[in-house]
Design a protein around this ligand. Structure first.
Ligand code: BEZ
Length: 209
């Protein structure tokens, strides 16, 4: 069965561009993003990996380690890295797992046989410090992902893990948030003084710090 939200992210040991990686150990006490690529030397993937390398400081700021995966071998990954740098101006600065036997792709359900028997789809898993999966995304091969959106989701996940709030549509860091329905009005007055009631079930408050 496909991995679902709240499931434990399967641990694995695999070769990567930064040496052998023990996934859970590599994530340590921090957050993680595991994302897959259909294959090496493909155009969309080249742009995606350069973009993630460019955004690496943003993931670092969020105490989040990124790990990519492609179902080719390490020699291809190394040669492709030169292309990624040439095309995007950014070299890989995070591990890219080599998964030629689909060991990791299979346990994460990254191969969707009705899309392709051999290539992974563009999967994204956001993993929290207790190693539970908090977000899954699946994109087709021909559509590159918006990695700013993944950062936005991590901001929301980290905020809502700490405070009894939820984030509305298109929310960005610093904008108003929603008080969860589990919070009574009395508790809301204490925790979020001056909050606004739009509907009894929709109460807004400035983003807690
Ligand atoms: C790409 O990365 O451009 C790509 C990969 C596999 C199939 C189609 C496109």
């Amino acid at each position: 069965m496909a991995l679902q939200l709240g499931d434990e992210a399967p641990d694995f040991t695999a070769d990567s561009t930064e040496g052998e990686i023990h996934f859970h150990e590599y994530l340590g006490d921090g957050w993680g993003v595991l994302f897959s690529h259909p294959a090496d030397f493909t155009p969309v993937c080249t742009t995606e990996l350069g973009r993630v390398a460019e955004l690496k400081p943003e993931f670092d700021q969020r105490n989040t380690r990124v790990v990519g995966l492609s179902v080719d071998g390490l020699i291809d990954h190394a040669t492709w890295n030169d292309d990624i740098e040439e095309v995007t101006g950014h070299r890989l600065n995070f591990p890219l797992v080599a998964d030629p036997d689909h060991k990791v792709a299979d346990i994460y359900g990254m191969i969707h046989p009705n899309a392709s028997d051999t290539m992974t789809v563009r999967s994204v898993f956001v993993i929290v410090p207790d190693k539970k999966v908090k977000l899954t995304l699946t994109y087709p091969a021909a559509t590159g992902r918006d990695f700013s959106e993944i950062l936005r989701v991590i901001d929301s996940l980290q905020l809502t893990a700490k405070h009894k709030v939820a984030t509305p549509a298109d929310w960005r860091q610093g904008e108003d948030v929603i008080i969860t329905t589990a919070v009574s009005d009395d508790e809301a007055k204490e925790r979020f003084p001056g909050y606004e009631t739009v509907k009894p079930y929709l109460r807004k408050t400035p983003q807690p710090s």
